[in-house]
Structure formats: structure tokens, C-alpha cells
Design a protein around this ligand. Structure first.
Ligand SMILES: *Cc1c(COP(=O)(O)O)cnc(C)c1O
Length: 380
């Protein structure tokens, strides 16, 4: 078997459409800031139910633009310890002070209690990461606290394109949100990202920020960077967003198969993010928590051609680049870091592949607990 943990996937129809439209791009000579960048924005607005969307070169660019706009210089910005490194350095690039928050042991998103304890008069914003596409059920309370304390709620929706909990749609829950179109994400353009907001001021700022801070007349208003998305990347994203419903449905079929077996047969060995029918979970990652030694499971799968992953095996305060700056011990986060893995979950995986994957997990458990799962020879 050769099963990757994540894989970008394109239908043959999309491959043909990509070539046809790419020819249009080449012939038009408009390689950035054209029709596809514009079309992508309209799709992103739709998916997130936002008033404004700006297509960008990456999700990180979106975070940086939002953080610069809200003026977090010398102000504290709270982030969960379980996230990708750019959630952290976007704050640094905007001259803010990153403050780490422990995670919830059930859903791996931000820990409500620790979040509340970290708030002070210098807190400017909190960045929520919808881990693996899971919008926390504490969102209502978090929103309320932010309003009371005058803290801006920002979403890092990089995992959560198309995600929803009750009426809370990722991308339009807070003041602004970032989405990513990196190759492993739900929708990809190779590179790419998007900023969504209902704030006209931020929208105007972002439109100029992506072109060095310079407007269409060539006048520079502030020093920024080149954060344009290429028309080719925008096109690729655009084509996939048209299929977002199908993409999420397929990922859920795989996840449902996994969850059925794990909850039905192996719930004493593994835990998964809570399931309920009030949410759309796009399953960017299918996370499994366990007390088994994760390296052993990873090796067991690897030797059979299946790649397991993590989300995130190294938490922010464990990275060598920054660990000296963060001395606080975060028990939930550290416990989670070494005690989870992710099962393959993507459109390159057939349901029978997924069946093999979950059977293999069962075999691992049985081999570890022969007394429980295999009857002794000769015994009826
Ligand atoms: C992927 C990701 C990013 C960065 O997105 P890019 O488009 O690669 O810049 C930021 N935050 C999280 C949580 C991510 O998973």
C-alpha cells in the first residue's frame, strides 16, 4: 500500500478546466489581480458568509494584514499553543506580544479557563484556531467575553474552510479571519490565502496592503509587502471551491467510517474530537488521541505503506526557535503533543483504503492486547 497522510486532489474535469482557463490567463497577459483573483473573492465570501474577502498569497499574509490593521504594537495577542508556527510569527511581524494559551483536552482548541485567566488591560486580540476544522462549542462564551472585555476576536480558519458550528460559520465569527490554500488544506491553489471580514476599513486596508501599501495611482500609503496571489493559483482555488460540498462530504464519509470503528470497538484506547450533528466538520485532519506509544503506531503503519501525521506533534512552546521565550508549562497541550496522531483523510483515499487503514489500527490494538482480543488456543 502507498497511502499518504494528506494529498491535494483534482478531478479530471477540474484538470481539463484548469488547462483551458490557464490558456485564457496566458493569452490575457493578466497574471495577478485579474478575473480569477476577483472570482475567488466572490466564492470565499459565499463560503464564509462574509461581506468582504481579499485573495492573498498565503494564509499567513492574511493574519499579518489583520494584525497590522488592528494596531497590536506592544499589545498582547492570545493564541492557543496548538497551532502552526505562523500564527505566532504573524504577531511578531505586526510588533505585537504573543501570549500562549493552553488547549482544551477534548477538542484541542483553545482552553476557555486559561483564555480567561490570560486576559488583562493590555490584551488587544485573541486568535482562535479551529483545529482540524473544529469550531469549539465554547464559541458563544468566547465571543461574549471578547465583547465584554473589548478584545478583538480573530479567526485562523486555515483548517476550517467550510466549517460551521450551529450558526457560527468559520470565517465570519470574529472581526476578521484568515483562510489558507496551502497544498494540504481543504482547498488549495498551491499557495494562496484569503482574508474575510465585515469591516470595510480592514477590507480597504488589505486591498492596498497586498500591493506594497501602494494604491492604483502608484501612491504609497504605508510600507507593506507583495502579497498578491497569482491568477493561476486563484483559478485552481476557484475550481475546487465549486466542489467544496462534495469535498467535505467525501472527507466525512472517511471520518464516519473511522469514528464508527473507533467508538464502537476501541473507545478505551482512542479518543476523537466530539461528534454532533450541529456542526460541519471538514476534517482537515482526523485526530486520534491515545495512550499507546505514538512512535510505535506510526512505525507499524509506515512499514505497511501508510503515513500517519500529527496536528501538531510539536506545540508552539516546544519549537527550538522560540522555546526560550515561553517558560510556562501547559499541561493539556504538552500531554496532547506526544499522545496523538492523524489518520489519512483526503480525496485520494477510497473507502476501501480507509477500511484497510482502520482495520490496521484494530490489528495494532489486538497485537498489543492479545489476552483481550484473541481467545486462547484450545479454549472454547
Ligand atoms: C496552514 C496554516 C497557516 C498558514 O497558511 P499559509 O497559507 O501556509 O501561510 C496558518 N495557520 C494554521 C493553523 C495553518 O494550518
Amino acid at each position: 500500500m502507498n497511502i499518504k497522510n494528506s494529498l491535494p486532489w483534482f478531478s479530471s474535469e477540474d484538470k481539463t478546466a484548469f488547462l483551458t482557463h490557464s490558456k485564457n490567463i496566458l493569452e490575457s497577459g493578466v497574471l495577478i489581480d485579474g478575473q480569477y483573483t476577483f472570482n475567488l473573492e466572490s466564492e470565499v465570501r459565499n463560503v464564509t458568509s462574509s461581506n468582504y474577502a481579499v485573495s492573498l498569497s498565503s494564509g499567513t499574509a492574511a493574519l499579518e494584514i489583520i494584525l497590522k490593521y488592528i494596531h497590536c504594537e506592544n499589545r498582547e495577542v492570545l493564541i492557543p499553543n496548538n497551532t502552526f508556527i505562523s500564527t505566532l510569527y504573524a504577531i511578531q511581524n505586526a510588533k505585537g506580544i504573543p501570549i500562549l494559551v493552553d488547549i482544551d483536552p477534548q477538542n484541542y482548541c483553545i482552553n476557555l479557563k486559561d483564555f480567561i485567566s490570560k486576559i488583562n488591560i493590555n490584551t488587544r486580540a485573541v486568535i482562535l484556531v479551529h483545529v482540524a476544522g473544529y469550531v469549539t462549542e465554547q464559541i458563544e462564551e468566547i465571543q461574549k467575553i471578547c465583547a465584554e472585555k473589548n478584545i478583538l476576536l480573530i479567526e485562523d480558519s486555515s483548517h476550517a474552510f467550510g466549517a460551521k458550528y450551529k450558526d457560527y460559520k468559520a470565517g465570519s465569527i470574529g472581526f476578521a479571519s484568515a483562510c489558507s490554500f496551502y497544498p494540504t488544506k481543504i482547498v488549495t491553489g498551491g499557495t494562496g490565502g484569503g482574508l474575510t471580514t465585515n469591516d470595510k476599513g480592514l477590507f480597504d486596508f488589505a486591498m492596498i496592503a497586498r500591493s506594497h501599501g501602494t494604491d492604483r495611482m502608484g501612491i504609497n500609503h504605508f510600507l507593506s509587502s507583495n502579497w498578491y496571489i497569482s491568477e493561476f493559483s486563484a483559478l485552481l482555488c476557484y475550481l475546487q471551491i465549486k466542489k467544496l460540498e462534495m469535498i467535505i462530504k467525501k472527507r466525512n464519509e472517511i471520518a464516519t467510517l473511522y469514528s464508527g470503528i473507533i467508538l464502537g470497538e476501541y473507545s478505551e484506547h482512542f479518543i476523537i474530537q466530539p461528534i454532533n450533528n450541529e456542526r460541519i466538520h471538514p476534517y482537515y485532519k482526523y485526530i486520534v488521541g491515545t495512550n499507546f506509544i505514538v512512535e510505535e503506531i506510526v512505525e507499524y503503519f509506515k512499514s505497511r505503506g501508510i503515513a500517519l501525521g500529527h496536528c501538531y506533534g510539536i506545540q508552539i512552546n516546544q519549537h527550538p526557535s522560540v522555546k526560550d521565550k515561553f517558560s510556562e508549562i501547559m499541561p493539556n497541550s504538552l500531554n496532547y503533543a506526544g499522545k496523538h496522531f492523524t489518520l489519512p483523510c483526503h480525496l485520494g483515499l477510497s473507502l476501501s483504503d480507509a477500511q484497510s487503514v482502520i482495520e490496521l489500527l484494530g490489528n495494532f490494538v489486538k497485537q498489543k492486547n492479545p489476552k483481550k482480543y484473541y481467545r486462547k488456543v484450545g479454549k472454547r
